[in-house]
Every structure is written in C-alpha cells, then in structure tokens.
Design a protein around this ligand. Structure first.
Ligand code: A3D
Length: 320
C-alpha cells in the first residue's frame, strides 16, 4: 500500500516543524507548499537529509505549485502571517482571509478528499472561511487550537501537582482567543476532577484561576518571549496528533474547532468543542452539558468568534 501523502500549506516555523515531525513519525510522504521561493525546497531537503541518521523512510518535496499536493490525504494549513508582540490574533484577519481564499481554492482543485486541519489565526474564523472557500465537507475541515490550549493547561497543571502530565487530562472549549474556556470540571488528575482536588487540599481555587488565566495567555506569553513570531513546536505537535488520529482511524477524543450545526447551541460556526477524530474526519461532536458559569463563558467566546465571522463577511462578500 502506498504511503499516505501529507500536504503542508505554509512552510514557515510551524510548517517546517510539521514536516520534521511527520517524517520522523513516518506518517507519510510530505509535500511542503509555500509562495516563498526556496523556503519549502530548502526545508524539505534539510529534513530529508536528517533521515539517514534518524532512520525514517519518508519522501519530502518543496514546491510553489499546487499541482504537487494532488491526492493528498491530509492538508495542514499554516499559510499566512503570525502575530508580533502587541498584536492580537484578530489583527491578522484581513491579511489571512485573502490567504485562506487562495489556499481553499488550491485544496479544492487538487486534494478535495483530504482531511484539512487549519492552524492559521484567527483560528475559528479562518477555518470557517477555509471551509467555505474550499467547499469541502464540513466534517473534513477542522481547526487546531483545543489540543494546544489543553496541552498548555495540562503542562501547567502537571507542574502545580508535581505529577506526570500523562496522568493529567484537560479540556479547553470555545474560540481560540482571550475568551477560551478552560474547564475545571472536565479536567482531571487520573480521573479526579480539579474541583475535588481543591477540596482535597492539593491546590487552591486562586491557584487554579491563575493557571486558567496563564492558559488563556499561553500564546501571548510565548510571543512576548520570542519577540518575532509565535509558538511553533507545540502547535505543530498538536496538529500532528490530530492528523495521526485521522490517518490511523484512532477515534481520538480531542477538542478542536469543528463545524457546529446546532451542537452545544451553536449554529453555522466553527468553535472549539470536544470531537471524535477517526477515518471519517470529525466523526462526532461530544455534546457535553455545561453548567451555568461555563455556559456563560462559552457564550461569550462564541460571540467573539461570531464577530470575527461577520467581519470576514464584510471583507469578502462572497462569504455572506
Ligand atoms: P510563519 O513562520 O510566518 O509561516 C507562515 C508561512 O506562510 C510563511 O512561510 C509564508 O511565506 C507563507 N504564506 C504566506 N502567504 C501564503 C500563501 N498565500 N500561500 C502559501 N503560503 C503562504 O508563521 P508560523 O508558521 O509561525 O504561523 C503560521 C500561522 O499559524 C499564523 O497565522 C499563526 O498566527 C498561526 N498560529 C496558530 C496557532 C493556534 O494555536 C491556532 C498557534 C501558533 C500559530
């Protein structure tokens, strides 16, 4: 059986890291696409030359031609511009919307059967636009954010409790922005929910609130440290987790920006919700029950995403 084909649209910081991870994990052959001449070719060759030492079998190709992504099984989209210090994700809207149009058309023409994972910010609005521009089925187009936000939350929790992060599960819902909803009730250490751990004296509500806020600010913390560009190791790793779930039909339960058509009360929008990812793409949305406080936070987050979607419709009338 031929190896799967993974197309990476955007060969910048995240794109290059995705290519390296996909090759090292032997998920398939990799095509790196970018408009910047030489960048995808150079990164592909560099990564391919790490193969003999690492011992992986994967072909890598860099290109400026969409024809090279033909028949891709997975497309991961990072094309666009990232944040600089002082910028919010939403400041990227106008520039990245135009990029989504060309990427959507390129995927539709060359890889219409692919599972598409968007990473470009502002995430929830960009994945919505990408699905509209590409016309691919909504269950085959999703956005990576929840896996990353949950990973950040899990990392901070594992430090707070001094336990392995393997035993920490966490859920972050809503839009990928300042209004995201890290859920204490649905986050656990070995199955013990965080509110119980507060009662057991393992931590305090104040410390949990601080960790929730640090999770919300997780992207900005890294932008502030790097000064040029935004996070890329953890974002790439998170998207690879989703791609692997699809390629290996793992039926992983992962939070991601999925198309909601009435799910969790959200209509015709992409927003972060728990999903099941397998060979069918987004096979299911897990319609969890939110309590009053969580619902209010989720509604605020959905409203923020709705504002960005309306802004997209204002910029590109074909989306209205
Ligand atoms: P960067 O290193 O600048 O790479 C972006 C690449 O896109 C560059 O190589 C550009 O040449 C290329 N590009 C620009 N326009 C096009 C086009 N029309 N077609 C093809 N390629 C194009 O950025 P990065 O890799 O650090 O980040 C990529 C995106 O991911 C940004 O929008 C970030 O804001 C976003 N991001 C999202 C998350 C989430 O959790 C959702 C996390 C981190 C970054």
């Amino acid at each position: 059986m031929a190896r799967p084909k993974i197309a990476l649209i955007g060969a910048g910081q995240i794109g290059g890291t995705l290519a390296h991870l996909a090759a090292m994990k032997e998920l398939g052959d990799v095509v790196l696409f970018d408009i910047a001449e030489g960048t995808p070719e150079g990164k592909s060759l560099d990564i391919a030359e790490s193969g003999p030492s690492e011992g992986f079998d994967a072909r890598l190709k860099g290109t400026q031609d969409y024809a090279d992504i033909a028949g891709a099984d997975v497309c991961i989209v990072t094309a666009g511009v990232p944040r600089k210090p002082g910028m919010s994700r939403d400041d990227l809207l106008g520039i990245n919307l135009k990029v989504m149009k060309s990427v959507g058309e390129g995927i539709a023409a060359n890889a219409p059967d692919a599972f598409v994972i968007c990473i470009t910010n502002p995430l929830d609005a960009m994945v919505w636009a990408l699905q509209k521009f590409s016309g691919l089925p909504a269950n085959k187009v999703c956005g990576m954010a929840g896996v990353l936000d949950s990973a950040r939350f899990r990392h901070f929790l594992s430090l707070e409790f001094d336990v392995s992060m393997k035993d920490v599960t966490a859920f972050v819902l809503g839009g990928h922005g300042d209004t995201m909803v890290p859920s204490l009730r649905y986050s656990t250490v070995a199955g013990i929910p965080l509110p119980d751990l507060i009662e057991m004296g393992w931590t305090t509500k104040d410390k949990m609130d601080a960790i929730v806020q640090r999770t919300r600010d997780g992207g900005a913390e890294i932008v502030g440290l790097l000064k040029t560009g935004s996070a890329y190791y953890a974002p790439a790793t998170s998207a690879i987790e989703m791609a692997e779930a699809y390629l290996k039909d793992q039926k992983r339960v992962l939070p991601c920006a999925a198309y909601c058509d009435g799910d969790l009360g959200v209509k015709d929008m992409y927003v972060g919700v728990p999903t099941v990812i397998g060979a069918g793409g987004i096979e299911r949305i897990v319609n969890i029950k939110l309590n009053k406080e969580e619902q209010e936070m989720f509604d605020t987050s959905v409203k923020a995403v709705q504002g960005l979607v309306e802004a997209c419709k204002g910029i590109d009338t074909s989306l209205a």
